[in-house]
Design a protein around this ligand. Sequence first.
Ligand code: NDP
Length: 507
Amino acid sequence: MPSNIIEASWSSLEHVSQATRDYLNKPHQLLINGAWVAGLQGDTLDTCDPATGEKLASVAIGHENEVDLAVNAAATAFVGPWSALTHFERATLLSRLARLIEDHADTFTELEILDNGMPRFIAELTIKNIVEMFNYYAGAAQRIEGTTTNPPHHITAEAEALTYTIKEPVGVAGLIVPWNVPISTAVLKLAPALAAGCTVVIKPSEETPLSILLLGELTIQAGFPPGVVNIINGYGYDAGHRLAEHPLVDKISFTGSTATGRKVIAAAMGNLKKVSLELGGKSPVVIMPDADLSLVVPGIAMATFFLQGQNCMAGTRIFIHDSLHDECIQQLVAFTENLPLGHGLSPATFFGPLISKAHRDKVYSYIQKGIEEGATLVTGGQIPEGRGNFLAPTIFTDCSPEMTIVKEEIFGPVMTVQRFSTTDLDAVAAMANNTEYGLSGSVWTQNLATAHRLVARIRAGQVSINCHGAIATNIPFGGYGQSGWGREFGQEGLDAYLETKAVTARL
Ligand code: NDP
């Protein structure tokens, strides 16, 4: 077993608070119209700790019928007392929810670690971030405003009119969430949707429902009227598909793979509902000859291996200039081999397990493919002995653009390194842009002009200089190309749940 494995033999439940244990022992049902209910068929699914395989809880599973009930509740709530609340009253509810999350921060943190396998430092950041998101959108809800034409305009040669615009909630929103950062992805949809005045049905990934179900409980305590927030845990092909196609759903916000995103678009076509998509990525990281290696080495390890690489922004195509390549790889391998692997509950852990055995097998098969196609495996590539879905962080050098590991999103801890010798920025950008995706990217150089010229040439929704993949509540995030449609976070995240109505009054 590699020497950097720590605490892998922990038992999940020995190291969590009594409050978390109590929560895990409660029934976990579906939230429909303000009440917790079992699914109509009584189906449940066990959710397990990916670091140990231990069962955490049984969770009710909903199918198409339960989605229909939840959508009907949301549609009724949309025109009920919720619609009469002022922006300020909605903001008060959002702030109250933020405070309740703070009160339960330790349990949220432990649930994210247990259900998803994320290291503690990421879970803690995530919970701070969701509190911030509810507070941010509480503020934004109070500033939802239209515009006015001033002075009046002519509607005929003689008649004048005044036009103003108002912003209205888009309606019932279906929020489909993946497993990789479950609570955070749910909240970056839920907070703006509620701020806008929408009602919602959330479909978590059935792999990681626990924190989202706790959030549902807190929405009731905060005082959101019944039917405003509904949660149907269930399978994507069944509950997710029904939500995407449902005629009473006005908007779908989906985060997940590009392949599933295409299915969501097809399902949403029936009633031409609005669709936002946050999809996959294969983000470039470009190391120019004058880059500062003391920043680059930890920076690119973080870019690829953060959250075990199960991260849509992951920088997985690394381009290193010839003049730095060998020194950089030597330092990077040493750095990577010292990253502490272990149970996310241990504060020392940087690198946890992958979400499931099936997903680890898929990532491992990509590693085999990389070896077969001629890339050089310089570290990692092996499955550590023992429990849990661990996989050592893996680096391939001598990669080329046609290799499968360079082209496809692996969603795991696999870095591919390509070497380059040019300093022509168009040529460098062409390498970086050689992908169907366009979610994130970064450039590493000490020359500001080089940095900004390269940033301007890279086709991605987020490009960073001397860092990678920074996320903040007020900074829009989303993809070019096949990485998605629309933006989340910030004002654009709120606009995605609003319609604009123009009102013209003849004077
Ligand atoms: P999937 O695309 O498999 O699933 C995402 C969600 O969609 C899950 O809740 C899933 O349910 C559901 N789903 C599956 N099939 C359908 C369907 N036919 N109709 C409606 N919903 C469906 O992604 P993963 O959960 O495996 O997450 C990993 C992927 O997500 C990666 O490819 C990654 O790039 C992408 N991602 C993108 C992000 C971004 O912001 N751009 C952020 C995070 C992840 P179920 O779990 O039951 O299958």
